[in-house]
Each structure stands twice: as C-alpha cells, then as structure tokens.
Design a protein around this ligand. Structure first.
Ligand code: PBG
Length: 331
C-alpha cells in the first residue's frame, strides 16, 4: 500500500465535479429500495393526520387512486395499516381474525388492481384491541403464548386475503416459528416473513398511534415486550432467534436512532435487513421543514441514503412516494 499522504493524495479530487462524485459513490438509492406504509380507513375520501403533516389516511373506496402513483413509480412494496373503528375493538382483538376486516378487503382490492406490488401485512393486535396492546392481557400483563396463538390465526387470515409478506411487529417470543408453521400448514409455503426482529420501545411511534387511533387507548407502556433502547447485544439475540425460526428478512425499528444496530445485524447475519423510518422520524423532518428550518427533500433523501450505507436492503418510509418521484426526476 502506498502511504496516503498529502500533497500526493488529495481526497478532494474525487469530489471535484458531479460526474466524478457519481462514479465513486459507494451506495445508491432507487425506488427499488422503498416500502410505502399506508393507513387505510373505511369509506371514501381521505383524512389528515395532525402529527404527520403530508400523510393521509385513505378510504377504502379511493384506495386504488391513492396507490396509483406508487405503482407508476414502481415502488415494489406497500405496508398496510388499518384504522379500526372503535366499535370493532375488543380486549382480544377479535377483528384481526375477521376475513372481511379492513386489512383483508384492502389486500384483495390492491392485489386485483396492482398485481405487481407486494403487500406487507402488519401482524400484531394493537389496531384491534381496546387496550392498545399488541397481544392479549392476563392480569394486566401481555400474555405471550396466548397472544402467539391469535397472531398465527391473524397471519393466516391475511395470507388468505393475498398478503405476500407477513410482518409480525408484536415482539412476542416464538411467534416467527409459530407463524411459519401455521402458514405452511395452510399451504402458504411461499408467503414471506419479514420480522420486526429488533423493535424498540420507542417514543418515536407517537404519531403512528395517533394515525391508527390507538394512542388514547394504550394502557401503560410496551416495555415488557419491545426492547430497551439501552441494548444492542440483545438485538443480535432477537435477530438470531427469528432467523432460526424462519424469518426471510429482518427489520430494525425505529431507523435513524438505531443505525448502529442495522450495521451489527448486517455484519453478523448477512441477511436482507430493513429499517422502518417510523412516524416520529417522519414528523421531525416534516415539522422542521414546515418551519423553514430544513430542506425537506434533501434531508429526507440524506436520511434514506444513511440506511443504505448502514447496510439496509430497503426502508419502510412515509416518504416513499415523494422520494421515488425525486429519484425519477434526477434520471
Ligand atoms: C404496532 C406497530 C407500531 C408501528 C408499526 N406497527 C407502533 C407500536 O408498536 O406501538 C409504528 C410505526 C411508526 O411509528 O411509524 N404493532
């Protein structure tokens, strides 16, 4: 190795002009890297989410129109999040098992209209429980095994409706293995599993809970199942178990505050790793931009590139459509 010393070496040379910068770029971002999470509600029209400016809840009747742009931009995947009417919520999250629930009707509609887009179905009970937890309660504790039994049935219900990638976000122990065998027994051997493998108990989910209407309901915190932000080795154990149980892809959530976890997971397991740039991360950029404090497009694209650099195969981001549009315009 030649010694890299100044003045023979000037690292600024490779930054001299745009063409050279493009030639030496180590990572790139394209629409192929994006998964778009969308909120679905009953009826027609859209409604705004106060804490996520620029993000809408789309009524089922207008859903095809809402998704058309994403399809045209060749965004490969959409993640569905239903806003369950309060009268359909109960302690056991029964609506999650209804083949006619909002998620299933939306999945059937989207598979028919946009067969080339893969659909992610969030598996967890919080959109359906009146207490806002991801599982069922026994003595105010989220019971692991009883919750897993329901989650398996929820996953099969979603697969039957056409969901391509089951994404368990509940953080119960053993759910990946149980869901894999439940899917296989029902003949869904090719339904993929993207586990929210390392999901932290985070303040950054606040706006999402507003969006699906679970924030007012949530009793206590999710700290007995979601991870402690102080831990990193534990994330590797979570990921190892999910892979052993049959996860095809793993996710780290939230995104930006946990880039170190993404990097460790990628280096250790060499698996497809995804990040969820969650609602609070979106809200921070969107709010700063609305105050004129940040350039929203530049800040957002930079944040997405950071995920690629950290080792992600792709990112779930509320900015997916906006990012894909900008990337297309640059071509
Ligand atoms: C719930 C779920 C949450 C998110 C996705 N699935 C919230 C939570 O765990 O309370 C958060 C997504 C976001 O904040 O954008 N199972």
């Amino acid at each position: 190795m030649t010694s890299q010393t100044f003045p023979a070496t000037r690292l600024r040379r490779n930054r001299f002009d745009d063409a050279t910068r493009r030639l030496v770029a180590e990572h790139s971002l394209s629409a192929d890297d994006l998964i778009w999470p969308i909120f679905i509600r009953e009826g027609s029209g859209t409604s705004e989410i106060a804490t996520m400016p620029g993000v809408l809840r789309a009524g089922l009747e207008g859903l095809a129109g809402h998704v058309e742009g994403a399809a045209r931009l060749r965004i490969p995947a959409i993640a569905l999040f239903p806003v369950t009417p309060p009268e359909k919520k109960d302690a056991a999250g029964t609506e999650a098992l209804n083949p006619e629930n909002l998620m299933c009707r939306a999945a059937r509609l989207l598979k028919r209209e946009f067969p080339d887009i893969v659909l992610l179905g969030d598996v967890a009970l919080d959109p359906y429980t009146d207490h806002g937890h991801d599982g069922v309660l026994e003595d105010d504790y989220v019971a692991n095994d009883a919750s897993v039994d329901i989650l398996v049935r929820q996953a099969v219900n979603q697969a039957e409706a056409g969901i391509d990638i089951i994404s368990p976000s509940d953080m119960m122990d053993g759910r990946i293995g149980a869901i894999r065998s439940g899917l296989d027994q029902s003949g869904f051997v090719n339904t993929r599993l993207m586990s929210y493998a390392a999901k932290y108990a985070s303040a950054f989910y606040g706006p999402f809970r507003d969006a699906i209407g679970s924030s007012g309901a949530l009793r206590g915190s999710k700290k007995t199942y979601q991870m402690d932000p102080a831990n990193s080795d534990e994330a590797l154990r979570e990921v190892a178990m999910d892979i052993a149980e049959g996860a095809d892809m793993v996710m780290v959530k939230p995104g930006m505050p946990y880039l170190d976890i993404i990097r460790r997971v990628k280096e250790r397991f060499a698996m497809p790793v995804f990040a969820y740039q969650v609602s609070g991360e979106y809200a921070m950029i969107a709010a700063a931009a609305r105050n004129g404090w940040l350039d929203e497009d530049k800040a957002m694209l930079e944040s997405l590139m950071a995920f690629k650099r950290a080792g992600c195969s792709g990112v779930l981001t509320y900015y997916a459509v906006r990012a894909a549009k900008l990337l297309e315009a640059r071509k």
